[in-house]
Design a protein around this ligand. Sequence first.
Ligand code: GLU
Length: 392
Amino acid sequence: MKVSHRANSIKPSPTLAVSAKAAELKAAGKDIISLAAGEPDFDTPDFVKEVAINSINDGFTKYTAVDGTPVLKKAIQTKFKNENNLDYDLDQILVSVGCKHSIYNLMQATLDPGDEVIIPAPYWVSYPDMVQLTGAEPVILKTGIADNFKITPKQLKGAINENTRMLILNSPSNPTGSNYTEEELKALGEVLLEHPEIMIASDDIYEHILWGADRFVNIVNACPKLYKQTIILNGVSKAYSMTGWRIGYAAGDVSIIKAMKKIQSQSTSNPASTAQFAAQAALQGDQSIVREWCQIFKARHDFVCGELNKIDGVRCRPSEGTFYSFPDLNDVIDRMPNISNDIELAEYLLEEAGVAIVPGSAFGAPGCIRISFATSMELLEESLARIAKALA
Ligand code: GLU
């Protein structure tokens, strides 16, 4: 049977593929530790689960408004005001099936064949494929460990042409954990203010997993004049350990949100009603758990980064947030006779050490690997010892 050109033009998500392979090997009885998954290992807080269970028992099991329940949208509006000092009317907010879906809707609603989207690399694996699904072109801006994995205003300026339609910013970043400072965002903002036709997709999903700055700042905070040009993308998955509930949201210019809503109305309709109640509870509940988890991630980060840097040929930059380390292993690859790239290295680590990680190529950064430390300290100690032995 025929498969569309569109489907053939993309690949399956590599982060999900590696996680699935690790789970499969584990189920087959192999001793595998997975450092592949991009999801917190904590349980969803009980107060969130209770609200969700009550919502089912109370009969809230039917369609909701396509763009989310008014009460959840109000909770999101309040979150933006209190945490980000940003004002949005309710018709500037759309709730979707995870932040991934918000990003997908945004691209479907705004991009056409011939448009270009600037994506700083290393990037989250799904950005380029989502761009490609619209017929637009991803334009990759390379950065490395020497630049702290951040683009410069000069680089941005050099990549802009008459076809440029969007820039994606993800800070703190998956996979590098790098966080742009307010000054750096201001400087990028200066370039973007000269191009009001370019939209900025600010993926703020790791907002709360940040220890390397006093407070979280996105590009609109740094450069308020970019308010109209920017769509903020966020969700409850990472902050509240609610990956499976699939609730994300977007906020921005009303015409864009309206177009995204139209696409959602003709595809998924509303996100699951129960999950919306859960998300509302998370946003309105006691936030202390979020800070506690962030401290746990920071302790794990310090351990993982420290251990990685002890291995000959591994260079790991201490990061400011997220639950990923993104070490550069080019020197290791150079000195290992049977390994010529990060994909082979990832296979070797899976077979030799029983540790699953995602190769850097998946993020547009060959020679690096992504290690998720969203797992217990005990497993991290064991897996880092195994990696060190396998690379010795
Ligand atoms: N964002 C996470 C990751 O990078 C979740 C998996 C995905 O959707 O890519 O691993």
